[in-house]
Design a binder for this molecule. Sequence first.
Ligand SMILES: Nc1ncnc2c1ncn2[C@@H]1O[C@H](COP(=O)(O)OP(=O)(O)O)[C@@H](O)[C@H]1O
Ligand SMILES: [Mg+2]
Length: 390
Amino acid sequence: MPHTNPFTFGALALDEAFTDRESELRELAADMRNGQDVLVYAPRRYGKSSLVLRASQEAIREGLLVAYCDLMKTPTKERLAAALAKTVYRDLSGAVGGTLERAANLFRGLRVVPTMEVDPADASLRFTFHAARRRADIDDTIEALLALPGEIAADRGRRVVLVFDEFQEIVSLDPVFPNLLRAVFQEQPEVAHVYLGSKRHVLERIFEDRNEPFWRSAKRLEIGPIEPAAFARFLRARFDATEKGIDDEALDRVLDAAGGHPYGTQELAYFLWELVPRGHFARLGDVETAVEQALRSEHNHFAKLWDDAPHAQRLVMLALADEPTRSPYAAAYADAHDLPPKPALQRAIGALVTKEIAARDLEDVYRIVEPFFADWLRREQAYQPSAASA
Ligand SMILES: Nc1ncnc2c1ncn2[C@@H]1O[C@H](COP(=O)(O)OP(=O)(O)O)[C@@H](O)[C@H]1O
Ligand SMILES: [Mg+2]
């Protein structure tokens, strides 16, 4: 076995890299089976995509058909149409390999017909939609593509799941798209629609406003950090499997520093693993070094969050880094942390939540959610260079 780092951050957590989330997996798998629409909500890098991919793999094993479309990768309507065509053809239609004829058949009725070519790399089909002369034509085409999963489910007598990652982006594609999508989806009750999203304020506007088409149309599944006990087992097992170890103190410190944040924990574990020679244990001191490295690698990102924030937001960031709280508006908290008066404070908290720097967790506690940012804030604050030493 190659001696490579068993921790990954950034890419999807697949197979061995994936841990826990058992109840969420069970719930999602059942929703997919039942054709229940569901909104999977969590801040960025909490593991939404990894979780839904895992649930999809399970659904596919049970015989369901799963289409997946990442709206972060479709900044134009033509690209959205291409992504939909690709997943419908590849994942739903039952076609094997790149047979142009079958694809042409499937998409014959579209107002804008895609150009199709075989990708020489993997013999899959690639679809390109060229900008239509009439704006309405591409909308009509997308509507027809969205209807296909329902038709295929009926034709093939199979359950179909349609996953939209980063669903909140639909609004920036076209403010009226929620109406268009909802109208189609309402006609396909047997298809389970799974919406993933991170920007809470945008999602709330889509799903929680009674004047909006998606109002109460999906069950909510909010995912939080990963349980310390589950992460502890995972970290220990991954160290053990690669002929290294981690002692209890070090393990506790890793869990504490990353606060169960999936990405943050894997990032820290990645640096830590690199520091430990084969056949040795990771110790507390190693974790401190790994934290330094993680902070250094995120420094530019954190410095920008700080630089871009107006004064009131900076005060709130420092307060939450220092002391997460259930009641940020309490007078005692405001006094202790020098916070601005209420209207300004509300605006600052609102802005930090919108930027996903801070959030209210599942226990209603406001805290900094960006992993390691709280550590960074505390350190930057403590370090005041003196002019004399310059
Ligand atoms: N179940 C999990 N077990 C272990 N690590 C995870 C898990 N889910 C996510 N991660 C870590 O978090 C990172 C981000 O996961 P991702 O699914 O892309 O999050 P999101 O879609 O919420 O932004 C992954 O690269 C991985 O390091
Ligand atoms: Mg994602």
